[in-house]
Design a binder for this molecule. Structure first.
Ligand SMILES: Nc1ncnc2c1ncn2[C@@H]1O[C@H](COP(=O)(O)OP(=O)(O)OP(=O)(O)O)[C@@H](O)[C@H]1O
Ligand SMILES: [Mg+2]
Length: 239
């Protein structure tokens, strides 16, 4: 993938509330991802991290507040319309279809931008996938599934990317490879919002960190302050 910096849109979230029926999960979330930034949301299990990502993608029925992608208000729009605006996500379970091959999984979602990366560019970023094009989803390791999920998201041409715990359950070597890919996406001008529990891994990559606890942002920190603030972030996360 070239390092050309095609414009990508930032995200501005204000006063976001989200519910599952009567259960009030997000309780007034404010956060900002400027164009070209990599922002991470940290938080313990059940804090509401995945709910936040799904709310942005238009997948939670009962939400209030404001979610803006660039100049556009997303709240209340159907998920397919949001995807066509250049926003894409990798879910926590990676969403790989076991009965389909790597190639079939990769080509499943539509290409939504005329300058989306072609397959040669994707295989340059993920060489292991090229070698395994005919392998069924069931035969992929966790790391290969995550790479396939990332490639499939990039292939749509989306430039604002939401990743839900991309390193969960993966070996350190694969986690490091994913870190290199994410750093390259940032250099190429993508805007990234990551949910993560691995603070040591994400801190050197991120421009800004937020800590989510029981549906609220309880702490935040810009990259220039990470070093001094690390102890309080660790305390908040109970690490
Ligand atoms: N579909 C659902 N219906 C009802 N409650 C849900 C649903 N999905 C999640 N919840 C609840 O909402 C809260 C937040 O869940 P969420 O999955 O957003 O947390 P998370 O921070 O992503 O956790 P984890 O680190 O385990 O992935 C939890 O209490 C969870 O039980
Ligand atoms: Mg989650």
């Amino acid at each position: 993938m070239t390092d050309r910096a095609r414009a990508s849109s930032g995200l501005e979230i204000q006063g976001l509330h989200a519910f599952y029926g009567q259960s009030h999960v997000l309780r007034g979330v404010d956060l900002s991802v400027k164009p070209g930034q990599l922002v991470a949301i940290l938080g313990r299990n059940g804090a509401g991290k995945s709910t936040l990502i799904k709310s942005i993608m238009g997948l939670i029925k009962k939400c209030s507040g404001q979610i803006r992608l660039g100049d556009v208000d997303l709240l209340g729009r159907p998920a397919d319309q949001i995807a066509r605006m250049g926003l894409a996500w990798v879910p926590e379970d990676r969403g790989i279809f076991a009965s389909l091959t790597v190639a079939e999984n990769l080509r499943l979602p539509p290409i939504l931008a005329s300058d989306a990366p072609d397959e040669a560019a994707l295989f340059a970023l993920f060489p292991a996938l090229h070698e395994r094009l005919n392998t069924p989803g069931t035969r992929l390791s966790g790391g290969e599934q995550q790479m396939l999920a990332l490639a499939r998201m990039l292939r749509t041409g989306a430039r604002t990317l939401l990743l839900d715990e991309p390193t969960e359950g993966l070996a350190p070597l694969i986690v490091a490879q994913i870190g290199e890919i994410i750093a390259q996406l940032k250099r190429s001008g993508y805007t990234l919002l990551l949910v993560e529990q691995n603070l040591q891994w994400i801190a050197p990559l991120a421009d800004h960190l937020y800590v989510l606890e029981q549906g609220r942002i309880v702490d935040e920190c810009a990259s220039e302050d990470f070093e001094g603030r690390l102890p309080s972030l660790i305390a908040h996360l109970g690490l």
